[in-house]
Write a protein of this length. Sequence first.
Length: 481
Amino acid sequence: MALLALAVAVLALAARPSTATAGEYTPAGLYEVHTTTLANGLRVVLRPREGARNVAIRLVVHVGMYDFPCGYKETPHFLEHLLFTGTSRHTERELDALIEDHGGSWNASTGGEKTTYQVDIFSKHTDVALNTLYEIITDSQISAENVALSRDIVHREMGGRPSTLRRWLYRYGIGVDAEAKADDLLWPAHMNCAELQTADAITREDVLQAFAKYYVANNMALIVVGDFSQDSVLTQIERTFGQLVPSNLGADDMQDVVRPIGYHELSGTLSPVLGSDAEATLAFSVPGYVSADVFALMILREHLNLHLYNELRVARGLSYAPGSSLGLDQKTGVFKMFADVDRERIEDAVTLLLEHVDDLQARPLDAAAVERMQRRILLGFAQAYQDNADIADYYASNWRRFERDGAFTDLEAAVKAVSADDVAAVAHRYVHRDNLVVIRSSPLLSHSQFYGLLLVVLLLALLLTWRSYRGLHSRRRSKLH
C-alpha cells in the first residue's frame, strides 16, 4: 500500500495543466486540465469543476471502423455492444441497474477512428462509475449467445440487414445514391467499401482478436470532468485501469492527407426512386483536423452558411436550409456547400452554388467580413461548453491534437489568428472547380410522375383486360353459332 501511495503521489506531481490560456470567449477553466500518463501508458485527463454535482467520464479507445477491411468494418462496433452484455459478476440488466441506481447513465459510440465509452453520474458515486467501466473493459463475457444477440442489435442500428438482392444490386452500382458514389472519390480507400456492410461475416474469434489487439492501456485515454477529488480519483484509476496491460501498436502518423480529386459530376443510380425534394451539393477535398488550415475553413463555412441562406432562401426562396459543412477525420476531410430544393429546381441550385465558388476566387473575404465570422464562431463557442458532459466530450473529440501538441488547442486564439489572407489562401487551395464533386441527389420520379405512371399502367391493364374479355366473348359466340 505504501508503494501504491508513493506511485500515485509521483503521478500526481507529474500531472501538468494544459498550456492554453482562457480568453474572452473561452469557457472558464476549459484548459485547466491535469494530465498524467500511467506506467502502463494509459493517458489520464482530470478536470475538477465545482458547481454541478455530477461527474462525466469518457474512455477513448483508439480503434474504429477504418482499422478493419471491408466485410469486417463493423467489428469494433460489434465489440462495443458486447462489452455491455455482462461480466462474470453482473448480467447486462445488473450492470445497467448499477449505474442507473446511482444516478447515472451510460452509453458508447463507435466511429471511423475511435470508440468512446461515456458515463455521467451523481458525483458521490464516481467510484461506482469508474469501477463499472473498468469491469466491462476487463471482465466482459463475450459468449457465443451474446455474440448472436448483439449481431441482431448491430444490424438494427445500421437500419436493418440488407437483403441478398439489394446487396447484389448495390455491388453492380444499382441503388447507389450520389452521396455514396461521392464518398469513393472524397475519402481514402480504406474508409469505403464497394458493397453494403453487414456484421454477418464477423465471428466471435474476430471480436476477441480485436479486443486483445486494441483494448490495451497505451491505446486508451481516460477523461474525468466534474465534482470530484483529484487525488482520490487518481488513486482509484491507478488501482484499476493502472493494471491494464500495454502493447506495442506502433506510432501513428498524424500528418494530414490532401487529396486533389479533379472535377466530377455524380447522380444516384435508381436511388432515390421516388420523391419531390432534391439536394444539390458541391464537395471539396480538404485536410483533416490536425491541419492548421481547419480554422480558416471554419471561417469560410460560417461565411457561406450566412451568405447562402441570405441568397438562396431570403432573396430567392429557392431553398429552405442551404448552407455549408465541414466533415473532418484525423488526416482528411470534406468541405460542402448544399441546398435543398424542389426536384425541378436542382439545376438552378447547382448553377448558383458554382457561382458562389467562382465568387470566392474572384472576390475573397475582406478583413471586416473575416472579423465578423470570427466573432460569430467564438460567441457560439462561449456558450457551447457549460456542463461537465459537454466539456468531457470536447476533450475526447480533440484528443488526437492533444497527443500531438501536448495541450488542447486554444480554439479562441487559433480562430483569432486567422487573417483575410489566410481565408483567401485556403479558398484558393481547396474550394475551386479543379477539386470538386458536384452531387445531384434527385429522385428518379416525382410523386406526380409516379401517380401518373401508375394511372397509365392501370388504364393499360384495364384495356388489356377488356380486350381479352371481348376476344373470349367473341370466340364463345362463334362456337354457339
